[in-house]
Design a protein around this ligand. Structure first.
Ligand code: BG6
Length: 480
């Protein structure tokens, strides 16, 4: 088996893919016959490439994982090939190492602008066979049309089952756990609908800024960088109907139905449904943070959003009348990804009016720690009277599993190697997500919605609090 990593000298390969492969190698999960090729346009000797990898591994592995002797063995599996992606003849260097009967995994850790030409050149060398797969990263395109173009150009040479489209959130253990929570327990499924749910919140908040990706980010923004993929994928897993089994097609069919049921934005209602923001200077953990407009690679007059919050509706039987509030942003108060299922009030309050009854809430924390917290009302012990109090049923995964977690890329790479497509996006999912985002972006420009500024280190613009307050609700910004 050959794993060819285009962009082998790039950030993704060195920071995520090679450390993930190293961990598999160390744990003896990597098949002995796999050969790894880093591909880049730089002129590099294998020994120089190996040195670069060693430096990055030492930067990205913790002291328990780092083992110099194992690293020396690991890099023996890795070769370097210099290829200019636009030069047909350079691809001859690949052909020397493989044939179309081998299992070839072509991982494109490069800009989507190169996807088409790389696929064409692989085909010209006749090194795509029935056992080959191609792996591409989100974002798949920049809008619906460009994603169709990319998908079409890959489909010329690869069948759909040979194409792995990565959204690394789907590789996160906690995201997959949503399936277990929802479909492994009768408890929740019966109340997982407009019968008992008042609204649902999905938050993916980051404290990170642009991490040297200023020019990419300034062209992209939070809607395309995070909402189009990670948040919509989480939404699908929260809202989908039970699939008939855990097979990839069953799950993707159900996710697709959710995407198809998203209610399009009406231009005249956009400002009631959406807030976009951009961070200005502030502080996180007592460290001063510069404003977005002062970041490297960002146009000083940029109107790109670094925060988005929206109220969306899923037009189907289960979710009719239940709003979903989604938000994501950079430079926010905390790194926190979570789902809050807010349940309705009890139909009739039997307690006296001194008792403040709170509605049940299920908080599913995806990161930084993985936990499930169900807030319930209990009776506070007392000598007399009857007082209610809210307490959590709390499940912290680290209490049960310490070192068993694979990082998202470890999991995804293993699934690619084992040819298991469930955790990857199917073409129709990507295109339907873009179709929703295209019309959302269109409504923003039609309604001339303005960017709201927020302080770095805050929970986003105050208009985002007003958005959810319109439903008599509040974002869950509580500290633990
Ligand atoms: C990436 C985005 O897809 O996800 C980044 O391009 C973002 O802007 C990152 O920082 C967040 O991933 P994670 O795994 O750190 O939550």
């Amino acid at each position: 088996m050959n794993l060819f990593i285009f962009g082998g000298t790039g950030d993704l390969a060195k920071r995520k893919l090679l450390p993930a492969l190293y961990r598999h190698f160390k744990a003896e999960r990597l098949s002995k016959d796999i050969k790894i090729y880093g591909i880049g346009s730089k002129e590099l000797q294998a020994s120089e490439y190996h040195e670069e990898i060693k430096v990055k591994l030492s930067d990205n592995l913790d002291s328990v994982e780092y083992d110099a002797a194992v690293i020396n063995e690991f890099i023996k599996k890795i070769s370097y090939i210099k290829i200019d992606f636009n030069k047909k003849n350079d691809f001859v260097n690949l052909k020397k190492n493989t044939s179309n009967t081998d299992r070839n995994l072509y991982y494109l850790a490069v800009s989507p602008l190169f996807y088409k030409v790389i696929a064409e050149n692989l085909n010209d060398q006749d090194i795509i066979g029935p056992l080959s797969s191609i792996i591409v990263e989100k974002p798949i395109g920049n809008d619906l049309q460009s994603s169709i173009d990319i998908n079409e150009s890959l489909a010329l040479y690869f069948n759909e089952h040979q194409i792995f489209r990565i959204d690394h959130y789907l590789g996160k253990e906690a995201v997959q756990n949503l399936l277990a929570l929802r479909f492994g327990n009768i408890l929740f499924e019966k109340i997982w609908s407009n019968v008992a749910v008042d609204h649902i919140q999905i938050t993916v908040a980051e404290t990170l800024g642009l991490e040297n990706r200023g020019s990419y980010y300034d062209q992209t923004g939070a809607i395309k960088d995070m909402l189009q993929n990670h948040l919509l994928q989480i939404l699908c897993l929260v809202a989908m109907e039970p699939p008939t089994n855990i097979n990839s097609e069953s799950i993707r069919d159900e996710k697709l139905k959710v995407l198809r049921s998203l209610r399009p934005f009406k231009t005249n209602e956009t400002d009631e449904h959406l807030v976009i923001g951009q961070y200005k200077e502030g502080a996180i953990d007592a460290k001063a943070i510069t404003s977005y407009l002062d970041e490297n690679g960002v146009n000083p007059k940029s109107q790109t959003e670094t925060f988005v919050a929206l109220k969306l509706w899923i037009d189907n039987w289960r979710w009719s009348g239940v709003p979903f509030f989604l938000r994501t942003g950079k430079r926010m108060a905390e790194k926190r990804s979570e789902i809050v299922i807010q349940f309705k009030s009890v139909p009739h309050n039997i307690f006296d009016s001194n008792n403040k009854q709170k509605d049940n809430q299920l908080v599913i924390r995806l990161q930084p720690e993985e936990s499930i917290k169900l807030k319930i009302m209990i009776k506070k012990p007392s000598a007399s009277g009857f007082s209610l109090q809210e307490l959590p049923l709390d499940l912290l995964f680290d209490d049960y599993y310490e070192d068993d977690h694979l990082d998202a890329y470890e999991r995804l790479l293993m699934d690619i190697i084992d040819n298991k497509p469930s955790l990857f996006m199917r073409r129709d999912e990507v295109e339907n997500a873009w179709s929703y985002i295209d019309q959302l972006i269109h409504s923003i420009s039609e309604s001339e919605i303005k960017l709201s500024k927020y302080n770095a280190g805050s929970w986003g613009p105050s208009s985002s609090d007003l958005l959810i307050a319109s439903h008599n609700a509040k974002w869950n910004n509580e500290e633990d």
